[in-house]
Design a binder for this molecule. Structure first.
Ligand SMILES: [Fe+2]
Ligand SMILES: [Fe+2]
Length: 144
């Protein structure tokens, strides 16, 4: 059986198709990293996985922030702060690895990714999605 860190299930859905699609893609990447950490543990593959996660995470946060701005989301600042903190802790872990540190599946990098997936998507992203969708339903705004 393939070793997965996160099994995608509907509890991760926030109801905005584009963002759900990106969350799925990111969870796939995180599972690839996990497999590499618990399997081959090949440094160049791990480096590639980390780079991919970083790029996708940064692009995803930018898209979400654009959606929040367009719909004048009232909790924009605190949501953006969570994104910045997550990206910062991920970057820190990634830099440690690139500077030669050993990482394993018990590494803080997976804890950081778990925090993002479990806490951020299921609480902050869901809260944002609900308010944004409500706003769209009651206005003439086009989507997204
Ligand atoms: Fe998100
Ligand atoms: Fe978010």
């Amino acid at each position: 059986m393939t070793d997965m860190l996160f099994m995608w299930d509907d509890s991760f859905l926030i109801g905005i198709e584009e963002l759900d699609h990106e969350h799925k893609g990111l969870i796939d990447d995180i599972n690839k990293l996990h497999q590499e950490l618990t399997g081959n543990n090949d440094r160049s593959e791990i480096k590639r996985c980390l780079g991919e996660i970083y790029v996708r995470m940064e692009a995803h946060f930018a898209l979400e922030e654009r959606v929040m701005k367009v719909h004048e989301y009232e909790y924009f600042n605190e949501h953006k702060r969570e994104h910045d903190d997550l990206l910062e802790s991920f970057t820190e872990c990634m830099m440690q690895f690139l500077n030669g540190a050993d990482i394993s599946s018990k590494n803080p990098i997976e804890e950081c990714l778990r925090q993002w997936v479990v806490d951020h998507i299921t609480t902050s992203d869901k809260k944002m999605s609900l308010l944004v969708q409500e706003r769209v339903a009651h206005s003439t705004d086009s989507w997204p």
